[in-house]
Design a protein around this ligand. Structure first.
Ligand code: NIG
Ligand code: FE
Length: 414
């Protein structure tokens, strides 16, 4: 007997897509289709049917029903960019920035990513797993229904593998889908400060082959930016990763117009992420590509750097995705509803655009559009029920407020 569940008494079922779009771009991003007074039927964890309650002719006594109590139902967020595995928080650097130091100055002095790496190197795999699992469950409660997690705080062969093994164990333990990204090229370790070639050789000859042998990564990332990896170095690493079957998802243009977008598109990156510095050249380059531009507004908010010009990008016809960048340095928070608020207040996205950016476009950036990111028949029943709210716009409007009431992953309540 299939397990059937009916969600009833839904004030508004939102984020419906009957066309099975893989992503939304330009004007499409303003459409977040909804039905009022709706029901959803789930069979074996998959969305079977939905519609106005009057169209449902089901013997309610025979199946399990869940009363949404007049809340909205939305597809779960897909958070396509996080650094969820880390050892310790970095509030001391937060205070240094308040006192006038920049993110780059702190990194140059051995803080930042190298600081996180030092702390992670002395932590055991089990400790890392336990602390990350807590954060994973926190973000699931905030409405995230699929997530990407990067390595990049190991920076030695042993510790990058340790991080990726933690992610592999999280995949097993997690109710939500996790994609793993290898980010050995996150920063040059101190001993390679004047020997970039040496570290890149380590990535190419030791890290990538071991990761591929253990099948520990889905994607490869490089922090292509001022003071980190330049476009030529990035190109070499992405090329090598492609030979091991790892598609690119890179950090680009956070600290300047560095050519990161161009090298990402050249390597057919699934996404280029950050994008605080984007001009017409980068927009035109993205227009002729299948690469998803991903903005990380938490990072701009927390570091006080410019916001990615996503209004301009959508108006130019591009798709845009929003993700949390949850990490201890630039975004110590993974609550997607706050990211949507920032996108609306600071980047002038409409609520519908911000919701598409954090659901279906997030799914695209993780190659999950066929199963995640919208309320569509045949997709996984990943959604949340909100507390009673007056409209969709209330979600970004009520910044910092938790409106997620009940979370369902594959039809199971979490
Ligand atoms: O996406 N910019 C590069 N990496 C992370 C931050 C890493 C850190 O500061 O620990 C980011 O912002
Ligand atoms: Fe990041």
């Amino acid at each position: 007997m299939p397990k059937t569940i009916l969600i009833k008494n839904i004030k508004t079922l939102a984020g419906i897509d009957e066309e099975n779009l893989l992503l939304k771009k330009g004007k499409q991003m303003s459409e977040f289709k909804s039905i009022d007074d709706a029901c959803v039927l789930i069979e074996d964890g998959i969305i079977k049917e939905f519609g106005h309650h009057s169209t449902f002719n089901i013997q309610l006594s025979t199946i399990e029903t869940i009363d949404a109590k007049g809340g909205f139902v939305l597809p779960s967020f897909v958070d396509s960019h996080t650094h969820l595995v880390f050892a310790k928080t970095r509030e001391e650097e937060f205070v240094m920035r308040i006192n006038g130091k920049s993110y780059e100055e702190i990194a140059d002095a051995g803080g930042g990513i190298l600081n996180s790496a030092k702390k992670l190197q002395s932590m055991s795999e089990n400790e890392l797993f336990d602390s990350t699992l807590i954060r994973l469950h926190e973000v699931i409660k905030f409405g995230t229904g699929a997530i990407e997690i990067k390595s990049g705080y190991g920076l030695t062969v042993k510790d990058e593998l340790k991080m990726l093994r933690v992610i592999a164990r999280l995949k097993e333990a997690s109710p939500i889908v996790i994609k793993a990204t290898f980010l050995g090229a996150h920063a040059f370790p101190t001993e390679f400060k004047n020997n970039h070639e040496g570290y890149i050789k380590l990535i190419l000859n030791e890290m990538l082959p071991n990761i591929a042998a253990e099948k520990l990564a889905d994607y490869c990332d490089v922090f292509c930016d001022k003071g980190f990896f330049n476009p030529t170095e990035t190109d070499v690493i992405l090329n090598a990763a492609a030979k091991f079957g790892l598609k690119a998802k890179i950090h680009a243009n956070e600290l300047g117009y560095t050519g990161g977008v161009q090298v990402g598109v050249k390597n057919r990156a699934l996404s280029v992420d950050h994008l605080e510095y984007i001009g017409d050249e980068e927009i035109n380059c993205l227009k002729n590509s299948n690469t998803m531009p991903v903005a990380l507004p938490n990072c701009s908010f927390f570091l006080g750097i410019p916001y990615a010009p996503v209004r301009k990008m959508i108006d130019a016809g591009l798709p845009v995705c929003l993700a949390s960048d949850y990490n201890p340095g630039s975004s110590p928070n993974g609550r997607m509803s706050f990211i949507i608020s920032l996108a609306c207040t600071q980047m002038k996205l409409r609520p519908e655009e911000a919701l598409n950016a954090s659901t279906i476009n997030g799914a695209y950036a993780l190659e999950l559009s066929k199963s995640h990111g919208s309320i569509t028949i045949g997709k996984q029943a990943n959604f949340f029920i909100t507390k009673p709210i007056s409209s969709l716009a209330l979600i970004p409007y009520s910044f910092g407020v938790d409106f997620v009431d009940r979370v369902f992953i594959n039809g199971n309540e979490i």
